[in-house]
Design a protein around this ligand. Structure first.
Ligand code: SF4
Length: 488
């Protein structure tokens, strides 16, 4: 398969004679997935702030043979001084190792020499549980990078070859696997108005997918005030912080101009909780700009439905998580079924045409009952609101290290029975999507697991990364989690 030439705007390319250090910003998944989120755009902007540092993006492609190459200049991984990997999903760990192997870079840290690039791991999954990567990466970062971006770049530029690792370790938030727990500090951005945020965001000129890939990503807040028991954001990225309305208005004006778009994707964990959401939406309406919202909490979202209607939005996403009200309250999401019904009724009055509902299966030990309750709940909605197209997305519970559901026992065989119930009993007008059970199980292992996973991950990567490879390795060398959760 041949590499396709990408046409993008706001690509940063620096004159070679100016460049003192090269950073490969690695997103170990596809270009489409990486460019559909804010992380790559934000890090790309932040890392390129210094004129003598050139950061280039590198994505993973399962189909392209040979070493992965940067989007900007086609450089391979070995041509960079530092490879900064950002992990949003645990399953990307295998892609990262495959990228190293394809580039001729030894996967284990102990087998690399000072001639190899330095390997840095960051991102939410690394912040919450870096242990599976301890034998692979040289340095780790915990938290939100913009909080230390300036100090990082200053340290980087003042460093010399041979001492880069030690220099980076002087920056708060960076550590090695040898660090003790008390030496690891989570760096959180305290004031969003004060940190650098890109108005000229890199994006494809003609995206293959419509909508989100093509717009400007406007982060209005970080963190979350709620504490749902399964969620990493509510646990680690606290408190909720907001960009002020005047700053957002400036970003909208300059973002539209510099990113050449009138389409805005609002980013935040719970955007309807933003204290001036009404005023923000009014600003979009007044300026005839289009926008889209991520999943909204219905308790705060109901107040903005009127504005959403005026803005012409025709679809919404909400996350009831479960149809059992007592279970929902039990996991910290204090929203009743009558609130859900009222919200959807109001959305119907406002001519919302499509509602996506997100559910988790496995929150109780009665998984099949959970599925039946979802069927009852959603089929009722479909009958009561025939003009709304409902899509439900169901994910098995994936316990996350450090959350209250960390030790939740998930029987993946029963999840399959639950999925069968949903498939058979949901009315045809409801669109149903589910996350593959086998990958949820592997993700759970990586999310909860420890250092013993590194050799398994390397073997899986050497075997091509498919689920069959995981099965083979885990059958032969099961770890505790695998035995406890899968073999019963
Ligand atoms: S409201 Fe959403 S972001 Fe906040 S804790 Fe709950 S699931 Fe996480």
């Amino acid at each position: 398969m041949r590499r396709r030439r990408l046409r993008e705007i706001n690509v940063i390319q620096k004159p070679t004679h100016d460049v003192q250090w090269r950073i490969g910003l690695v997103y170990p998944n596809s270009y489409s997935i990486g460019m559909s989120g804010l992380t790559v755009k934000l890090l790309y902007h932040l890392l390129n702030q210094h004129q003598n540092i050139a950061a280039e993006r590198i994505f993973f492609s399962a189909d392209l043979p040979g070493p992965p190459r940067s989007v900007e200049t086609g450089k391979t991984l070995v041509e960079f001084d530092l490879l900064a990997f950002t992990f949003q999903f645990e399953l990307d760990y295998i892609n990262a190792i495959r990228m190293l192997l394809r580039s001729g870079i030894p996967a284990y840290q102990k087998n690399r020499t000072p001639d190899h690039p330095l390997l840095l791991a960051g991102g939410p999954t690394v912040t919450t549980n870096p242990e599976p990567l301890f034998e692979i990466f040289d340095i780790f970062f915990s938290g939100e990078f913009e909080s230390v971006a300036e100090i990082f770049l200053e340290a980087f530029i003042s460093s010399k070859h041979g001492i880069l690792r030690d220099t980076i370790l002087t920056v708060p938030g960076f550590y090695t696997p040898q660090a003790t727990e008390s030496q690891i500090s989570l760096k959180i951005t305290s004031n969003l108005d004060e940190v650098n945020y890109p108005t000229a965001q890199v994006r494809p000129i003609k995206p293959r997918k419509k909508g989100i890939l093509n717009g400007y990503f406007l982060q209005i807040s970080r963190g979350c005030t709620h504490g749902c028991h399964f969620c990493l954001i509510g646990k680690y990225f606290r408190p909720q912080r907001e960009r002020s309305l005047p700053v957002l208005k400036d970003l909208i004006t300059n973002g539209a101009k510099d990113t050449k778009t009138d389409f805005f994707s609002l980013i935040g964990s719970s955007v309807a909780d933003y204290s001036q959401i009404q005023e923000l939406i009014d600003y979009f309406i007044e300026n005839e700009l289009k926008f889209t919202l991520p999943s909204i909490r219905i308790d705060s979202g109901i107040d903005v439905l009127d504005s959403i209607k005026q803005a012409g939005l025709r679809s919404l996403s909400i996350a009831p998580e479960t149809a059992f009200e007592d279970v929902r309250f039990g996991i910290g999401k204090k929203i009743s079924n009558s609130q859900l019904n009222e919200f959807i009724q109001r959305a119907d009055q406002y001519k919302i045409q499509e509602i996506r509902l997100y559910f988790i299966l496995g929150l109780t030990s009665e998984i099949v009952s959970e599925a039946h309750e979802i069927v009852k709940f959603v089929n009722n909605l479909a009958a009561s609101f025939p003009t709304i197209k409902f899509t439900i997305s169901v994910t098995p519970l994936i316990p996350k290290r450090g959350t209250k559901l960390e030790n939740k026992w998930v029987n993946y065989k029963e999840i399959q029975l639950g999925f069968n119930v949903l498939k058979q009993h949901l009315v045809r007008t409801v669109r149903y999507k589910s996350f593959p059970i086998h990958w949820a199980a592997i993700q759970a292992i990586l999310s909860i697991g420890g250092r013993d996973l590194a050799p398994k991950m390397v073997k899986v990567a050497e075997l091509g990364g498919a689920y069959q490879a995981w099965k083979k390795i885990l059958e032969k060398e099961p770890n505790d989690y695998y035995i406890e959760k899968f073999k019963r």
